[in-house]
Write a protein that binds this ligand. Structure first.
Ligand SMILES: Nc1ncnc2c1ncn2[C@@H]1O[C@H](COP(=O)(O)OP(=O)(O)OP(=O)(O)O)[C@@H](O)[C@H]1O
Ligand SMILES: [Mg+2]
Length: 363
């Protein structure tokens, strides 16, 4: 049976350069049994520290960790029944693959049916033929699969993975995403996964916890975070986004009137963290959701093209609003239709978007 996992006010402080510093500050999280949940965030935001506290390699300054309703905060790492897969596979170089995978069970003295268990674990990761080889005779992806088999053979109730794919080349990384997800679902194992690759997080996860400076910015399904970012940080970190500063003039039935430079456009109200009417607000609009206004389009704003990049299938235009020439340009990504040419820099045009595609949030 898969188990639940709960982090309550989990905090880790360090003394850094003589000053106290909070690496992880009050993380609250409830993970469902069998769920695949990813910690996503920039370097140094506290992903590894959080995972290491869950594993028991790091002692929290305060807060608790519960597995299946049991408080394990003071339980030693080797008694938590968790498996940890690291970025660098950490296999024993002098041991054959068979012995690497068998290692944990031998240490525990559980040698009954050992051969069958090792072979089953290797089969699960598609490496049944590799048992006689040494780690340096395997590719990076194969070594990482051995690392996974070595952990899975112990039947952990929680699987923890810290950037397990970051040492692999791009193609292998894509393949391993699917493999890890397949195995995790087959075994119905509760999984915490760390990455700073947003594509990896979006494609693999049931839910994502976005972290920044040791705290949670937002937790949600990949689509939820993409469609309804709660903060400018999440909007910008998940996918690409233009953040346009203006005011919320009116709000009705989940939509708002957003004014910028005397123009009013309609967009969805953010559900997580909406601004109040009359206050400063940010309009989040993704480059691929902006288009060059056609006849009859509502929601239009005049802009001037300041740069353009031909990317083959698409053209990326950088445009500015009148009076915003000094600010970061707005990116528009439009499909390229052969024969239509490119718009010259300096050209004025109108950009438009459908109200559903824009989200109004608090700055
Ligand atoms: N043992 C330690 N002593 C002091 N500071 C630490 C220690 N371990 C981590 N930190 C600090 O805590 C912060 C969070 O580190 P952590 O390793 O959790 O980040 P991360 O999100 O995993 O980053 P990355 O994506 O680079 O792996 C960093 O500022 C780091 O310097
Ligand atoms: Mg890390």
């Amino acid at each position: 049976m898969p188990v639940s996992l709960a982090l309550k006010d989990l905090t880790r402080r360090y003394v850094k350069d003589g000053e106290e510093f909070t690496a992880v500050g009050g993380v609250n999280l409830a993970v469902e049994p069998g769920e695949f949940l990813t910690f996503l965030g920039p370097s140094g935001c506290g992903k590894t520290t959080t995972l290491r506290m869950v594993a028991g390699f790091e002692t929290p300054s305060s807060g608790t960790i519960e597995v299946g309703g049991r408080d394990v905060t003071r339980v030693p790492a080797n008694e938590r029944n968790m498996g940890f897969v690291f970025q660098n596979y950490a296999l024993f170089p002098h041991m054959r693959i068979f012995d690497n995978v068998a290692y944990g069970l031998r240490i525990r003295g559980e040698t009954k049916d050992l051969e069958k268990k090792v072979r089953d674990a290797l089969a699960m990761v598609g490496l049944e033929k590799a048992e006689h080889r040494y780690p340096n005779q395997l590719s990076g992806g194969e070594q990482q699969r051995v690392a996974l088999a070595r952990v899975l053979i112990l039947r952990p109730s929680v699987l923890l993975m810290d950037e397990p794919l970051s040492n692999l080349d791009a193609k292998l990384r894509l393949h391993m995403r699917t493999e890890i997800r397949r195995i995790q679902q087959e075994l119905e194992i509760t999984c915490l996964y760390v990455t700073h690759d947003q594509k990896e997080a979006l494609t693999m996860s049931d839910r994502i916890m976005v972290m920044n400076h040791g705290h949670i910015e937002q937790i949600g399904t990949p689509m939820h975070l993409y469609e309804d970012p709660a903060t400018p940080f999440v909007a910008d970190f998940i996918g690409q986004a233009n953040l346009i500063r203006g005011k919320l003039a009116r709000e009705e039935a989940g939509y708002g009137d957003f004014t910028v430079e005397g123009r009013t456009v309609r967009a969805r109200m953010g559900r997580q963290n909406p601004p109040k009417v009359g206050e400063d607000a940010l309009l989040v609009i993704r480059p691929e959701n902006l288009r060059i206004a056609a006849e009859g389009d509502a929601n239009r704003v005049p802009v001037t093209v300041v740069n353009r990049l031909f990317e083959g299938d698409r053209i990326s235009y950088e445009v500015v609003l009148p009076g915003h020439e000094k600010e970061k340009p707005i990116e528009m990504s439009v499909p390229f239709l052969p024969g239509t040419g490119l718009i010259e820099t300096g050209t004025g045009l109108e950009a438009s978007f459908i109200p559903e595609a824009g989200v109004i949030i608090r700055p």
